[in-house]
Design a protein around this ligand. Structure first.
Ligand code: SF4
Length: 352
């Protein structure tokens, strides 16, 4: 076994504590074009170095298994490229759009579905912001803008402020959803200046959407960051991704959802894993996901119960698995109904 600092220069004290397993070490030898590695000291400090199956480690430390691409896995699993009317803006659903505000993140989650975009040093140019603002201005049916990426909270604040201000000047009624893992993986990044900046956009609605996947991530430091947003009048919602080896367990998920509610965070979605390249080792079968969700339904209040959803690969849209989204099933072959009433087939690849 080697240490992360043996294969990377400039390692931290926390990284020094992590002995790399053979599959992890092999990634550093042959990671090719895959998502880069970035692990903040804070998040590394949540890892139990003596537990090779630690849920934080699984999300943060790459494995050579990412180099195995299954035939069903896609470069752009949600088919987002098909729905980009202008650069960096995705308009797939009538009432909401996504702006890809940054190519970088505080940590690169090994399960990231947007790994075809994430990990690039992209920052939006004035022209790209302008074109997106013009599109938003001429499409009043868009009610909410998801500011995503990458992670918008790693942008220089002057760029973040200029971007949000331009979008609001184009559409004063536009609700913002700031999609970020900074409160989870680098809570020190939630400074007073960040909170103040975002709270300046409260008048038409601004929400922070985080991604806590395991209760161990709800540390005191992380909660201080989230509470700073909430106390400044910015509601915080959470989207959990169902991940094999991380949280594919009723107890862990029930504990997570209850802890979120106790801390004034709304459990919003539980996402089934998208079919992104090199992520099959994180895949939970749909059948097992549904069994886990059935237990959560029995154990959790309606406030604590997230909506379980899957995206149909290639741009078929979101389907509620907690609602009436499964129209038919024959073994691993599902017919799913999206929110537009379209029925599309979904072959569940199962678990590797
Ligand atoms: S923070 Fe989001 S965009 Fe960035 S690596 Fe994690 S899942 Fe992907």
């Amino acid at each position: 076994m080697s240490k992360i600092t043996d294969v990377l220069s400039g390692g931290s004290a926390e990284e020094d504590r992590l002995e790399l397993a053979p599959d992890e070490l092999a990634w550093f030898d042959e990671h090719g074009e895959s998502l880069p590695f970035r692990l903040p000291d804070y998040y590394a400090g949540l890892i139990d170095p003596d537990n090779p199956d630690d849920p934080v480690r699984k999300q943060a430390v790459p494995s050579v298994r990412e180099n195995t691409v299954q035939p069903y896995e896609l470069e752009d699993p949600l088919g987002e490229q098909r729905y980009m009317p202008v650069e960096l803006l995705i308009h797939r659903y009538r009432s909401r759009a996504v702006f890809l505000s940054s190519g970088t993140c505080a940590m690169y989650c090994r399960h990231c579905f947007r790994r075809n975009f994430t990990g690039t040093p992209l920052q939006p140019s004035i022209d790209q912001i302008e074109r997106a603002a013009e599109y938003l201005g001429s499409h009043p049916e868009i009610r909410e803008l998801l500011v995503s990426g990458g992670d918008p909270l790693v942008l220089p604040l002057r760029i973040l402020e200029a971007m949000l201000s331009r979008f609001r000047s184009s559409r004063p009624d536009l609700v913002f959803r700031i999609c970020t893992r900074v409160p989870v993986v680098l809570p020190q990044g939630v400074t007073d200046a960040v909170v103040q900046l975002l709270s300046g956009f409260r008048e038409a609605g601004i929400y922070v959407v985080t991604q806590y996947n395991h209760p161990v991530e709800l540390s005191g430091e992380s909660l201080r960051a989230v509470h700073a947003f909430i106390d400044a009048g910015i509601p915080v919602l959470n989207q959990t991704v169902l991940l094999k080896g991380v949280n594919d367990d009723e107890d862990a998920l029930a504990d997570l959802m209850n802890a979120l509610v106790r801390n004034r965070i709304v459990p919003y979605y539980l996402f089934h894993l998208d079919m992104a390249r090199g992520t099959s080792h994180f895949r939970v079968s749909l059948e097992r996901g549904l069994r886990i969700y059935a237990v959560l339904k029995q154990r959790l209040s309606m406030l604590a119960l997230p909506e379980y959803c899957v995206d149909i690969p290639g741009g078929g849209g979101k389907v509620s698995l907690s609602g009436n989204g499964i129209a038919a099933r024959d073994g691993s072959a599902y017919v799913l109904e999206n929110r537009e009433g379209q029925r599309l087939s979904y072959e569940d690849p199962g678990e590797v």
